[in-house]
Design a binder for this molecule. Structure first.
Ligand SMILES: Cc1cc2nc3c(=O)[nH]c(=O)nc-3n(C[C@H](O)[C@H](O)[C@H](O)COP(=O)(O)OP(=O)(O)OC[C@H]3O[C@@H](n4cnc5c(N)ncnc54)[C@H](O)[C@@H]3O)c2cc1C
Length: 385
């Protein structure tokens, strides 16, 4: 059997799984993606992502999709400002108008996912296939058992199934653990029209306000909303016991404002003006670094391999880079096991470095004098993170 005929299963149609399928299909392989959700519109995909030249954009280049991305991404979304709780500006960078060196243009996750989905052969994704477990067979193949009763036997299973991967236990004893940070997501819909004062304060990109071991992070999305994340350094059960009635927007806003009582009025407007859904989120991470001994027939990419907090904007970028690296390694190696080993060796290095940086960023965001320290760091252009 040639490698191209070998059965490759990718678990999860997130950004990692889809990028890998696209890279392999371009080279004549025929991987199948198994996704637990019933369709691409089953749930909203969340906020905006900035793709870096050396990771997310590099992966799109390998996938032959960089030009399409460049035609739909938002360069103006790179504008950024940073304040403390008084609203004092500690760093600001202007909007970019087009591609530049080391740029990080923004794109809504739904748009990016749809671009990847539309680039695949129509039958590539099996929707409604929730993996229950993967069993290793004596010959090195794996039996995949799905909730819908189907069983598939494959030569290689790639876990792209995110934070709570069902495949990870085949390779590692590590679990995703609570990071010590929880966030409440708010949405200010139709912000430019309905709340021009807030939109003017925010600018066309991201706004970070850091103080008192708390954060307000706000990002303009492509659909005109400002998505807002309130960040708190708190115990794991805080989300359940903080007294915020998430399903009752007006009452929830009153409760949330209490946590920011002495913050600047412009900053409090991110809460006052919220007019969309509220989502509480615990932030999880894998141990840093996270490595395992390679085994034939199975590997991990993206959050399944190196789940990290969102504070360096790296997770989606890395998931896509992993996909490109693994895809190229499979294409360039006659032996699938050799391909896995080469990919994992490379990935452990770059993902390990990024996980360390991300952990430092998270600590910094919730440290004393966070805004000043972050501002100095930004001003020196990330020289010493
Ligand atoms: C609030 C927040 C903001 C973020 N912001 C950024 C950012 O700005 N930039 C950035 O780079 N990253 C960001 N991230 C991180 C980023 O979202 C993730 O790192 C990225 O989505 C990981 O991609 P993935 O393909 O590995 O997994 P996912 O995107 O989690 O995809 C996993 C897929 O697998 C499916 N699946 C799960 N279990 C099963 C199963 N048992 N069977 C079948 N299918 C299954 C899921 O339904 C899903 O479709 C953020 C994360 C959060 C929480």
């Amino acid at each position: 059997m040639s490698d191209k005929e070998k059965r490759i299963a990718i678990i999860g149609a997130g950004l990692g799984g889809l990028t890998l399928a696209r890279v392999l299909q371009q080279a004549g392989f025929d991987p199948v993606i198994y996704e637990r959700e019933s369709s691409r519109t089953y749930r909203s995909q969340g906020g905006t992502l900035d793709l870096a030249t050396d990771s997310g954009q590099k992966a799109l280049q390998v996938a032959g999709l960089l030009e399409e991305f460049q035609s739909i991404c938002r360069y103006e979304g790179q504008a950024m400002k940073l304040t403390d709780k008084t609203g004092k500006l500690l760093f600001g960078s202007a909007a970019e108008e087009g591609p530049g060196e080391d740029d990080r243009p923004e794109i809504d996750r739904t748009l990016l996912r749809n671009m990847l989905l539309d680039s695949l052969h129509p039958s590539s994704v099996r929707w409604g296939y929730k993996l229950l477990q993967a069993l290793r067979l004596e010959n090195g193949q794996h039996d995949l058992q799905f909730e819908n009763g189907q069983i598939e036997t494959v030569d290689l299973v790639v876990a792209a199934d995110g934070a709570f991967s069902k495949i990870r236990p085949l390779l590692s004893n590590a679990d995703a653990e609570y990071s010590g940070v929880s966030m409440i997501e708010l949405n200010v819909l139709d912000a430019a029209t309905q709340f021009p004062d807030l939109f003017a304060f925010n600018g066309t990109g991201s706004m970070f306000a850091l103080d008192d071991h708390k954060a307000i992070v706000a990002q303009v999305n492509g659909d005109g909303r400002i998505r807002v994340y309130l960040g708190f350094e708190v115990d794991r059960d805080w989300i359940d016991v903080n007294g915020i009635p998430y399903e009752n927007l007006e009452k929830a806003k009153c409760e949330m404002l209490k946590f920011f009582e002495d913050w600047d009025e412009d900053l409090k407007n991110y809460i006052r003006y919220a007019n969309g859904e509220v989502f509480p989120r615990r932030i999880y991470m894998l141990p840093v670094p996270h490595k395992w001994e390679s085994k034939s027939g199975v590997t991990l990419i993206g959050d399944a391999a190196h789940l990290m907090s969102p504070f360096a904007g790296a997770g989606a970028n890395l998931a896509m880079l992993d996909a490109a690296e693994l895809g190229l390694s499979i294409i360039n190696n006659d032996d699938l096991f050799q391909a896995i080993k080469e990919y994992e060796l490379k990935m452990f290095e770059y993902a390990g470095d990024t996980a360390i940086t991300t952990k430092r960023f998270m600590k910094l965001f919730f440290s004393d004098n966070a805004a000043e320290t972050f501002g100095e760091m930004m001003s020196s252009n990330f020289a010493e993170v």
